[in-house]
Ligand binder design. Structure first.
Ligand code: AMP
Ligand code: ZN
Length: 485
C-alpha cells in the first residue's frame, strides 16, 4: 500500500524491476525502509550528448518518478565523467576529453563546461528532473586514489609502466555478471590491449603519465603522476553519495561487459560485500539506423535537431515512453513527429478537462476511474511498462464514460510520471505562448535574428536565458514561440 494519488490511498502492487545480474524481474526491496538510492552512469563531456544518450536519462528519470510516486524518498545520483574515459575500452588510446582538447585547441574547462551544460539543458528539455546529486569525477580524485590504495593493500592490483591494474584473477566472480568467456578475447571486445597486462580483462585503476610528458589533466598519486581509470570513478562517486550496498544502478547495455563488470570487481573487493548493487538496470539502445547519431561522424543527432524541424522536445519523451526500456527502439524523425501529434492531442484533452472543472477534482473517484488508475500504476510497477501505462493515459484522455473531473484527476496523477507538464499547459484555444509578455517576445525576435545571421552562440545564449526565466522555445510551422517550462 502506498500513497499514489494526490489525496487518496491507492493500492499499488509491489514494484518489480529487471536485474541484469539475476537475469530476472525481481521485487524491489529497499535497503533502507522507504528510501531508494539510484546511481546512473552519466555523460562523458567531451562532445555533444545525442538522442541515444538522452534515452539513458529518460529511463532513469522514469524509474525515479515511479519510485517517488510509490512513496519512496529517492536519492538520484548521476555523475559527470570529465576525465578517465578512454577512447578504447581496452585501456589503450587517450582520454576522450584530452583528445578533444588536442583536436580543437580549446581548454579542458571550455570543453567540459560546454558539454556539461548541453547535457543539463537537453535532459531538462525532454522533461527529466534534476538529479539530487551530480558529482564530477575530477572533484573525487582523492577518493579514487584511496580506493586504489585499498585494493592494493588487499592484493588485487599490480603496477606496470602504463599504470596500476586490477588483477581480475583475484576476483573469481569476475566473468559471472556479464556471462563472459574470458578465454574468448574477441567476445570480451578487448583484443587491442596494453601489452604488459597479465590478462586482457585486467583494467586500469590509475594510468601513469609517461616520463617527459605533461598532460592537461593529471594528479600526483602514490604511484606517480597520472589520472584515474573511468571505472573506479563511478564506484567512488556512487559510494560517496550513497554508501554501500546500493539499491539500483542504471546504464546502457553497452556498459554490462566492461564498465559495470569492472565497477563490480573493484567495489566488491574494496568493500568486501556481494552484491554491491541490489538491482542492475540496463536500457537497450536507440537505433538510429540511417540517421547519424555518433559523435565521431560530425552531424550529431541532438535535441536541437528535433527543434530545427519544429518538433517539441517533449515529443521525444512521449516517443521514449512508447517502447519498453529493455527493447531497442528505432528512431526516425517521422516517428517522433507522430509522437508529438499524439502528445498534443493528449494535452488538449487534459487541458480541456482541467479547465472544465477549474482544476477541482473533489467528488471524483468512480469505479471505472479507480480501475484505470490501478491499471496505470500496476503497469509501471511491472518493470516500468511505460507503453502500457501510456496507452491507459491515452484511453483516459478520450474516455466518454468518465466525467471531466475523473479524467483530470487521473491525468494529473499520471503526469507525475509521464512528465508532460499538463498542469501548466496553456489554456485551450489560447494557443501556445498566449501569455508571453513583450520582453519575452522581444528576446525571441532577437534570437531569430541571431539564427538568421548564423550566430548560433547568441541564439543559444538567448535560449538559455529564456530557459532560466522559465520559458521553453517551441518551434512551430508558424515560427518559434514559447511556453512555460
Ligand atoms: P557516454 O557519454 O558515451 O558515456 O554515454 C552516456 C550514456 O548513454 C551511457 O549510459 C550509454 O550506455 C548511453 N548510450 C550511448 N549511446 C546510446 C544509444 N544509441 N541509445 C541508448 N543509450 C545510449
Ligand atoms: Zn559509470
Amino acid at each position: 500500500m502506498a500513497a499514489i494519488g494526490h489525496d487518496r490511498e491507492v493500492t499499488i502492487p509491489p514494484i518489480h524491476l529487471h536485474d541484469t545480474r539475476r537475469r530476472a524481474v525481481v521485487p524491489f526491496e529497499p535497503i533502507r525502509e522507504g528510501r531508494a538510492g539510484i546511481y546512473t552512469c552519466g555523460p562523458t563531456v567531451y562532445g555533444p550528448q545525442h538522442l541515444g544518450n538522452m534515452r539513458s536519462q529518460l529511463m532513469a528519470d522514469l524509474l525515479r518518478r515511479v519510485l517517488e510516486a510509490a512513496g519512496y524518498e529517492v536519492t538520484h545520483v548521476i555523475n559527470i565523467t570529465d576525465v578517465g574515459h578512454l577512447v578504447s575500452d581496452a585501456d589503450e588510446g587517450d582520454d576522450k576529453v584530452e583528445a578533444a582538447a588536442a583536436r580543437t585547441g580549446e581548454t579542458v574547462a571550455e570543453i567540459t563546461e560546454r558539454w556539461t551544460e548541453q547535457w543539463r539543458s537537453d535532459r531538462r528539455r525532454v522533461g527529466c528532473l534534476e538529479p539530487h546529486l551530480n558529482p564530477r569525477a575530477t572533484d573525487h580524485i582523492a577518493g579514487q586514489i584511496e580506493m586504489v590504495r585499498t585494493l592494493e593493500a588487499k592484493g588485487h592490483t599490480y603496477v606496470i609502466d602504463d599504470g596500476v591494474y586490477f588483477d581480475t584473477a583475484t576476483f573469481p566472480r569476475y566473468a559471472d555478471f556479464a556471462g563472459l568467456n574470458l578465454d574468448d578475447l574477441e567476445a570480451t571486445g578487448r583484443v587491442e590491449n596494453v601489452a604488459d597486462k597479465r590478462h586482457p580483462a585486467d583494467f586500469a585503476l590509475w594510468k601513469l603519465t609517461p616520463p617527459g610528458v605533461t598532460r592537461l589533466q593529471e594528479w600526483d598519486s602514490p604511484w606517480g603522476r597520472g589520472f584515474p581509470g573511468w571505472h573506479v570513478e563511478c564506484s567512488v562517486m556512487a559510494d560517496d553519495a550513497l554508501g554501500h550496498p546500493i539499491d539500483i544502478h542504471t546504464g546502457g547495455v553497452d556498459h554490462i561487459r566492461v564498465h559495470h563488470t569492472n565497477e563490480i570487481a573493484q567495489s566488491e573487493c574494496a568493500f568486501d560485500l556481494h552484491p554491491w548493487v541490489r538491482i542492475w538496470m540496463h536500457h537497450e539502445f536507440l537505433d538510429v539506423g540511417g540517421e547519424k547519431v555518433s559523435k565521431s561522424k560530425g552531424h550529431v543527432l541532438v535535441v536541437d535537431s528535433l527543434v530545427e524541424r519544429g518538433i517539441d522536445p517533449l515529443a521525444f519523451r512521449y516517443f521514449f515512453l512508447q517502447a519498453h526500456y529493455r527493447q531497442q527502439q528505432a528512431f526516425t524523425f517521422e516517428l517522433v513527429e507522430a509522437a508529438g501529434t499524439a502528445l498534443r492531442r493528449l494535452t488538449q484533452h487534459a487541458v480541456a478537462a482541467r479547465d472544465e472543472v477549474g482544476g477541482d477534482v473533489s467528488g471524483t473517484g468512480s469505479a471505472r476511474a479507480e480501475q484505470l488508475r490501478g491499471e496505470f500504476w500496476a503497469a509501471l510497477a511491472d518493470d516500468l511498462n511505460a507503453p502500457r501505462a501510456l496507452a491507459i493515459a491515452s484511453t483516459v484522455a478520450r474516455d466518454g464514460e468518465l466525467g471531466a473531473a475523473d479524467r483530470w484527476s487521473l491525468l494529473a496523477d499520471f503526469d507525475r510520471v509521464l512528465g508532460f507538464g499538463l498542469a501548466d499547459a496553456p489554456a485551450t484555444g489560447s494557443g501556445e505562448g498566449a501569455v508571453v509578455d513583450e520582453r519575452v517576445a522581444a528576446r525571441l525576435a532577437e534570437r531569430q535574428e541571431a539564427r538568421a545571421a548564423k550566430d548560433f552562440a547568441t541564439a543559444d545564449r538567448i535560449r538559455d536565458e529564456l530557459a532560466a526565466d522559465g520559458w521553453e522555445i517551441v518551434d512551430t510551422p508558424d515560427g518559434p514561440t514559447v511556453r512555460p517550462r
